[in-house]
Design a protein. Structure first.
Length: 431
């Protein structure tokens, strides 16, 4: 057996739509057979909801695998870390009986997201007439400082004097920017230096070289799970720019955001709902008419885990899913929330867009084309029976299986897992 065959395996789980696809639950399920679970991008703008027994956990920064005892959970260099939110989440998990001692690591190269980033985000979004629909968690401003080479990394906290100087410089930059925006209430800015210094040692106690840790784990035969935070269509390069997040949500970001080489990745799973949703502004070509939108939102409990905002709902967008399969190099799909469609007599799937320039079968880069696109639908009969107790593909109604077969055909990607409810046991493993 070759050295390569002796190594561990690395799986990426990412969103194949506009986020909120159910990645947290999928990661929670796959974590059982993994040794290390690592987040590779995003920040506290993500909300991954996981149900364990009768308890619900909403995790914004700590990887979803933390609910499995003895699993090592890491935050990679591609993450922007809100340390105050992070430790609030950390302490809440421990108060609910989840032991985290020695199980959580934060990349030395991860960027800090500070209170003034949140304030800048909220003020700018509030003042602009062309709103992106951000969560107001400071993600954009934090990534701006990272790319502008003005950010503060976890490793920069090691030297106490340098840390204080860097934090003070950041505060003064934020103060000037906020003043230019006409903001006078700077309470969140004033306290940020001392607040960060107060948790400095605690954060450094968790700091690690995440890329090296994952590399060594793979060499020793361990299984790695890399977790994305938002969907493909929110990627800074490949999404519906400017209605996107500020990081790389696609599979390429999994390697760069965790500090490993792309050849270390063996499996890439794209999570998609059996329909589609979107939070925030930007086009949604397959958006449902108001009455059906409200019905699906109610059936699927479609409200943001981070913001509580209602999600816009639509039929499955095969054009976007096919694009997602291509730009991510997906090896498999995970279709979640199939059960939400259980009561519908008919279900539609878009396999092309009709535009003034002609029919499109590939996802356009131009938002104007997307906003004006009319979906070309295929209508399939529903199954009008519950799928919640299905535990293998053969248990699903015939029409549900036909629907899933069509999704595979449209995306040219096999379905590896199917979700039929919120519980761990309500996942069907196909492959």
């Amino acid at each position: 057996m070759s050295d390569g065959e002796n190594r561990g395996r690395c799986t990426v789980v990412l969103g194949g739509q506009w986020g909120d696809e159910g990645k947290g639950k999928v990661v929670d399920v796959l974590a059982e057979e993994s040794d290390i679970i690592a987040r590779y991008q995003g920040g506290a703008n993500a909300g991954h909801t996981v149900h364990v027994g009768d308890e619900e956990f909403i995790l914004h920064q700590i990887p979803s695998g933390i609910l499995h005892p003895e699993k090592r959970c890491l935050l990679g260099n591609g993450v922007v870390l809100d340390p105050i939110q992070f430790f609030r989440e950390y302490d809440e998990a421990e108060s609910r009986g989840v032991s985290l001692d020695g199980r959580v690591g934060v990349s030395l190269r991860a960027q800090l997201l500070l209170p003034y980033h949140r304030l800048l985000d909220q003020i700018r979004e509030g003042k602009t007439t062309k709103k992106i629909g951000t969560t107001g968690r400071g993600i954009g401003p934090a990534y701006e400082e990272k790319i502008g080479r003005r950010g503060i990394r976890v490793v920069d906290l090691k030297d106490e004097q340098e840390a204080r100087e860097r934090l003070t410089e950041g505060r003064e930059r934020a103060r000037a920017r906020l003043a230019a925006l006409g903001e006078t209430d700077l309470g969140a800015v004033e306290a940020c230096v001392e607040d960060a210094m107060a948790i400095r040692e605690r954060l450094l106690s968790l700091a690690t070289d995440v890329g090296l840790e994952i590399h060594e784990a793979i060499k020793s035969g361990k299984k790695i799970l890399l977790e994305g935070a938002q969907g493909t269509a929110l990627d800074i390069d490949h999404g519906t720019y400017p209605y996107v997040t500020s990081s790389t949500t696609t599979a390429g970001g999994a390697a760069s955001g965790s500090g490993i080489g792309p050849t270390a990745i063996h499996r890439i799973l794209g999570v998609v709902k059996a329909y589609i949703t979107r939070v925030g502004n930007g086009p949604l070509p397959t958006a449902l008419p108001p009455a059906m939108d409200e019905k699906v939102r109610t059936l699927g409990a479609e409200f943001g885990a981070t913001t509580g905002r209602p999600r816009r709902c639509g039929w499955f967008d095969g054009v976007l899913a096919r694009y997602s399969a291509r730009v991510n190099g997906l090896t498999g799909l995970v279709v979640t929330k199939l059960d939400v469609l259980d009561t519908l007599p008919e279900i539609s799937v878009a396999n092309a867009y009709r535009t003034p320039e002609g029919e499109l079968t590939e996802f356009p880069a131009d938002n104007r084309s997307l906003a004006n696109a009319e979906p070309v639908y295929e209508t399939m009969p529903g199954w009008e029976s519950s799928t919640a107790e299905a535990r293998k593909v053969e248990d699903l109604p015939r029409n549900a299986r036909a629907y899933l077969d069509r999704l595979e055909e449209i995306t040219s990607t096999p379905i590896d897992m199917i979700g039929v409810g919120t519980r761990r046991r309500q996942i069907i493993h196909v492959a």
